[in-house]
Design a protein around this ligand. Structure first.
Ligand SMILES: Cc1cc2nc3c(=O)[nH]c(=O)nc-3n(C[C@H](O)[C@H](O)[C@H](O)COP(=O)(O)OP(=O)(O)OC[C@H]3O[C@@H](n4cnc5c(N)ncnc54)[C@H](O)[C@@H]3O)c2cc1C
Length: 240
């Protein structure tokens, strides 16, 4: 589909909610993520129930295995076609024109464009995962993290702070730790989700919070979706 209104990078709990909220209201969204098999996939079993009007609440069921939660969410997102386009690709850098983010470049080759770009890349910026003495570049167990986007964002002047998340041993899988970077506090406006360094750029989820909970990240994704809907209806002050 041509002519996306919003490009969301990262289909975790936060990014998926943004895209779902927009598409359900008839907006054209590209949800680009590096692995469709880990879309809306919790790192650990979900114990805290979801918040109200969210995709998470639609698919949650107590005791549901993580992969079934993922499968249900993917099915719902796919059902929003053609307004929502799910694209598997890894963003390597921003496309910027006249101080405005207008899309992303990808490792796979094609660039994708939209007048609003949302970064929802979770625990993957500069991520290093440790299991015992082994360390690898990964944002979660089994999913590599590539440093290109992180390096590109630093090149645009963004500042970051270190963050860390840990997973306890679970059903024979070892416990592990992920160290990563999140945007520094003064790079991000919590009320608007904007990264004011570049027009048209927003961020949500663990890449700004450092990781709170599935419930909170999904709820903030839904809030950003609502904020973007309002903006799309009343696009005053827009530079493009
Ligand atoms: C080890 C560990 C343990 C955790 N344990 C818990 C827990 O027990 N309970 C809890 O509530 N929370 C836990 N969390 C935090 C949890 O990850 C967050 O609450 C939630 O998943 C964050 O959602 P998100 O959408 O911001 O990011 P994520 O769920 O991390 O999603 C980000 C998505 O972006 C994609 N992506 C990243 N970079 C790119 C790129 N360059 N191009 C395209 N796609 C990209 C990734 O593939 C991923 O799908 C844990 C996190 C980690 C790392």
């Amino acid at each position: 589909m041509e002519g996306y209104e919003v490009l969301v990078v990262g289909a975790g709990f936060a990014g998926s909610e943004v895209a779902y909220r927009l598409a359900r209201s008839g907006r054209r969204v590209l949800l680009l993520t590096q692995s469709l098999d880990s879309l809306f996939l919790p790192v650990t079993p979900v114990t805290e129930p979801p918040a109200g009007d969210t995709l998470f609440a639609e698919v949650f069921e107590e005791g549901l295995p993580p992969f079934l939660l993922h499968a249900r969410a993917k099915w719902r997102l796919e059902a929003e076609r053609p307004r929502l386009h799910l694209q598997q690709a890894t963003a390597t850098g921003l496309l910027v024109e006249g101080g405005r983010a207008v899309g992303v470049r990808t490792f796979e080759g094609p660039a994708f464009r939209a007048p609003r770009v949302v970064l929802a890349v979770g625990t993957f910026l500069g991520a290093r995962l440790s299991v015992g003495r082994l360390e690898e570049a990964a944002g979660r167990l089994g999913e590599a993290a590539y440093d290109d986007l992180f390096e590109d964002l630093k090149g645009w002047g963004f500042a970051f702070l270190p963050a860390e998340q840990r997973a306890a041993p679970y059903k024979g899988a070892p416990g592990y730790r992920v160290r990563f970077y999140r945007f520094a506090d003064d790079e991000w406006e919590p009320a608007t989700f904007r990264l004011p360094r570049l027009e048209g750029l927003y961020a949500v989820g663990a890449c700004v919070s450092g990781g709170t909970s599935y419930r909170d990240e999904s709820e903030s994704g839904a809030r950003l979706g609502e904020a973007l809907l309002r903006e799309l209806e009343h696009p005053s002050g827009e530079g493009a």
